[in-house]
Design a protein. Sequence first.
Length: 127
Amino acid sequence: MKRVQINLEFIFRASPTILYRFLTTPATLIRWFCDEVDITADGVYTFSWEGSEEVATLVEDIEDERLRFKWEDADNEDEYLEFRMSKSAITGTSIMEITDYCDEDEVKDSSQLWAAQMKQLKQETGG
């Protein structure tokens, strides 16, 4: 099955600083993204969902702006998961852009999953 890149954008009232904290701190990650997470000093994140584990390495970290992870078991070494945060000069809202990869026939499901996770993150960050 062909793998494709998906790009999604979500609007938040929370600042990029708050969003960044919710992407990098175990106590906040478990509130919206995973059941458990272990982060090592060298930037290896072990995420757990219902007993299943996925390991990712943080390969790019620009505080309050961008995080890029590489999944240990990715099918293609060029694939990554990226969160980009910025503030709109016009509206004052924060914009979260997500880049992820999935099988060609899973784009709709992956997009819906991210939308549900972003809805939970909005609730946790106050909008």
